[in-house]
Design a protein around this ligand. Structure first.
Ligand SMILES: Nc1ncnc2c1ncn2[C@@H]1O[C@H](COP(=O)(O)OP(=O)(O)OP(=O)(O)O)[C@@H](O)[C@H]1O
Length: 530
C-alpha cells in the first residue's frame, strides 16, 4: 500500500505532466496559428469533417431499408427524359394544400402549370408501396456563380426491396403518364400547304411541305346543332376507333377510318371536323387537291403527315381532277383511271393510296371527305369499305335551334318567340350557319330572336314562291334530296373553298400581322386577338 507522501508526489507528477502537455499544445497552437495559413487550416478541417461524415453516413445507411435514386435534369449535354417526365407527372401529385408552389407558362403553352419548389416533397403510391419525391435545387456558389446555372434534380426515395419494380416498372410508368399528359395539353395543330411556317412543330414535320398553326377552334360536340342520335353514333365510332388500335393490328388492317360528310353549305361539316379533332386531340391536315399535280406528289405529301391525324379533303366534288373522269379513262372501272407513270394526279391515285400504300405507313389516320353534293361523287369513292361512315349534315331542326340558342344567347327557352321560331324551322330550309349569324347580330336576346324570326318569315316567302305549285318536301333532312333545288345550286356555284380553308387563311393572316391587332373569325364567335 502506498503512503500518503508517495501518493502526493504522484499527483504532483501527473499535474506537472498535464501542465507541460497543455503548455506545449498552446505553444503548438499559437505557432500553428502564426505559421499555417488560414486556407490550409480550413482545408484540413474540411477533410476531417468530410471523412467523419462519410464514415457515419456509410455506417448508418447500411442499416437503412431505404434507397434514393437521383434524377438529374441533364445527362451530359442532353436533357434527361426521366427528369422532364417526372416534372410533368408530379404536377398531378402535388398536395392541393401545399403552401408554396411555382407557376410556369411559356408562350407555347395554353395553361398555367404549377410545379414543385425547392426541397418540396411529393408522395406517390405505386403497386402498394410509397415513392417519396423531392425536388432539389442547388444554387452555384463562388465568384463565378453568375456564369453557372443552378443544378436541378429530383430524388426518388423508396424501400430497397422495391428497387427492381421502381426501375423496370415505375419509372417507365412515369414516362408513359407524362407523355399522356403532354398529349392532352398539346394544342391541336392545323397543317396546310398554304401556311409558310410552323408554330412549335414538335411532330418533326419541319422538312415536309406542310406549314402549321394552332387550331384555335373552340367547337366541341356539345356545341354542334345536329341530330343527337347521329352525334352519339359519331362519338361512339370515334371511341371505338381509338380503343381498337391493337385489334386493327391483330387482324392485319391499317389503323385508319374514313368519313364522308355531306350536306348543304353552312350545316356544320367543317365545324364537325374541328369538333372531332378537338375530341381526339388529332392534328388536322387540310389537303387542297387542286394544288396537286401528280400521284407521286400526293403520295409524298400524305407520307409526310404525322400519326394520329385527320386528313381533310374538302369539297371533293369541286375538285376537277376527281370528277372529270373522262380525262382519266374511258370506262367505269376504277382501273381505267390508273396512271401507271404517276405523272398526273388521278382519283385512282388517291383511292389506291387510301386502300393500299397507306396501310404500310403510319398509324391512327382519319380521312374525311366533305361535299355539298353527294350525288355528284364518283361511285368509286362511295364503294363500301372506303368511307366507313357517311354522315349527313342537314338543315336546322327545332332541337338544333335549342343548341344554337344556348350557345349564342345562353338561354334555354323564350315563351313568346321560341314556339313561333321552332314552328317556322319545321317548315323552311335554313342552315345552322344562317341562324347562328343572326343570333350573333344582337346582344339583346329579344332583338336577336326577332332577327331570326324575320329571317325565317322571309325564307318562307321566298321558298313558297320557288315551290309554287309543287309539293313541299316532307322530310327535308332525308339524305341529299333537299339539296337539289336549282336556286340553292346557283347559290353554291363558285364556292370552291370550304369554311375550313377560310379559317386557315384568316389564321395565317393573323400570324402575319403579329404586331397589329387582328380579328379572327372563329366558328361561333368573333374573337379579338392582340
Ligand atoms: N351544325 C352546326 N352547329 C353549330 N354551329 C354551326 C353548325 N353549322 C354551322 N354552324 C355555324 O356556321 C358556321 C359555318 O359552318 P361550317 O363552316 O361548319 O359549315 P359547312 O357545312 O362546313 O359549310 P361549307 O360547306 O360552306 O364549308 C360555323 O362556324 C358555325 O358557327
Amino acid at each position: 500500500m502506498q503512503s500518503f507522501g508517495e501518493m502526493q508526489s504522484m499527483a504532483t507528477n501527473i499535474f506537472s505532466a498535464y501542465a507541460s502537455v497543455a503548455a506545449s499544445m498552446m505553444l503548438f497552437r499559437s505557432m500553428a496559428n502564426d505559421i499555417i495559413p488560414q486556407p490550409v487550416k480550413a482545408f484540413v478541417c474540411s477533410v476531417f469533417i468530410r471523412f467523419f461524415r462519410h464514415f457515419f453516413d456509410r455506417f448508418f445507411k447500411k442499416l437503412s431499408p431505404h434507397m434514393t435514386i437521383v434524377v438529374d435534369e441533364n445527362t451530359g449535354i442532353t436533357r434527361n427524359q426521366i427528369y422532364d417526365a417526372a416534372e410533368i407527372y408530379l404536377r398531378t401529385k402535388i398536395n392541393p394544400d401545399a403552401d408554396r408552389l411555382k407557376a410556369n407558362k411559356s408562350t407555347k403553352q395554353r395553361n398555367i402549370n404549377l410545379s414543385m419548389v425547392k426541397d418540396q416533397e411529393v408522395v406517390d403510391f405505386y403497386e402498394g408501396f410509397e415513392v417519396k419525391w423531392q425536388f432539389m435545387l442547388v444554387e452555384p456558389e463562388g465568384d463565378r456563380a453568375s456564369f453557372k446555372s443552378e443544378k436541378r434534380y429530383f430524388e426518388a426515395t423508396f424501400e430497397k426491396i422495391n428497387k427492381e419494380t421502381v426501375v423496370n416498372e415505375y419509372l417507365p410508368f412515369v414516362l408513359a403518364k407524362a407523355k399522356e399528359i403532354k398529349e392532352k395539353e398539346r394544342p391541336v395543330k392545323l397543317y396546310t400547304r398554304d401556311c409558310p411556317y410552323h408554330d412549335d412543330d414538335e411532330g418533326g414535320n419541319r422538312s415536309g411541305n406542310w406549314g402549321c398553326i394552332n387550331l384555335d377552334h373552340p367547337v366541341t360536340f356539345d356545341k354542334l346543332a345536329m341530330d343527337q342520335n347521329l352525334k352519339g353514333a359519331i362519338i361512339e365510332d370515334l371511341d371505338r376507333f381509338l380503343r381498337r388500335k391493337d385489334y386493327y393490328k391483330e387482324v392485319g388492317k391499317a389503323w385508319k377510318r374514313g368519313y364522308l360528310l355531306y350536306g348543304p353549305p353552312g350545316t356544320g361539316k367543317s365545324s364537325l371536323i374541328a369538333a372531332m379533332a378537338n375530341y381526339l386531340k388529332f392534328d388536322v391536315y387540310d389537303l387542297e387537291l387542286s394544288s396537286l399535280y401528280s400521284n407521286s406528289e400526293l403520295r409524298r405529301i400524305l407520307l409526310r403527315t404525322n400519326n394520329k391525324s385527320i386528313i381533310v379533303i374538302e369539297d371533293i366534288d369541286c375538285s376537277a381532277q376527281t370528277h372529270d373522269r373522262d380525262r382519266e379513262g374511258d370506262g367505269d372501272s376504277e382501273s381505267d383511271y390508273m396512271d401507271s407513270t404517276n405523272n398526273k394526279f388521278t382519283l385512282s391515285g388517291l383511292l389506291n393510296f387510301i386502300d393500299g400504300l397507306w396501310s404500310t405507313c403510319g398509324d391512327g389516320r382519319i380521312i374525311i371527305f366533305t361535299t355539298n353534293h353527294k350525288e355528284k361523287l364518283d361511285p368509286a369513292l362511295l364503294r363500301p369499305g372506303r368511307m366507313d361512315m357517311h354522315i349527313h349534315m342537314g338543315y336546322c331542326t327545332p332541337e338544333g335551334f335549342d343548341i344554337l340558342a344556348l350557345n349564342y344567347l345562353r338561354i334555354n327557352d323564350h315563351p313568346r318567340l321560341f314556339p313561333e321560331i321552332k314552328g317556322l324551322i319545321r317548315e323552311v330550309e335554313i342552315t345552322p350557319a344562317e341562324i347562328a349569324e343572326h343570333l350573333m347580330r344582337n346582344e339583346d336576346v329579344d332583338l336577336a330572336l326577332e332577327g331570326v324570326l324575320g329571317l325565317l318569315k322571309q325564307k318562307k316567302d321566298e321558298q313558297g314562291k320557288v315551290l309554287e305549285g309543287s309539293d313541299v318536301k316532307e322530310n327535308k333532312n332525308n339524305g341529299n334530296e333537299g339539296v337539289q333545288e336549282d336556286n340553292k345550286k346557283e347559290k353554291e356555284k363558285g364556292k370552291k373553298k370550304g369554311k375550313f380553308g377560310k379559317i386557315v387563311t384568316s389564321l395565317i393572316k393573323f400570324k402575319r400581322q403579329s404586331s397589329k391587332a387582328a380579328i379572327v373569325k372563329c366558328s361561333n364567335c368573333e374573337k379579338i386577338k392582340s
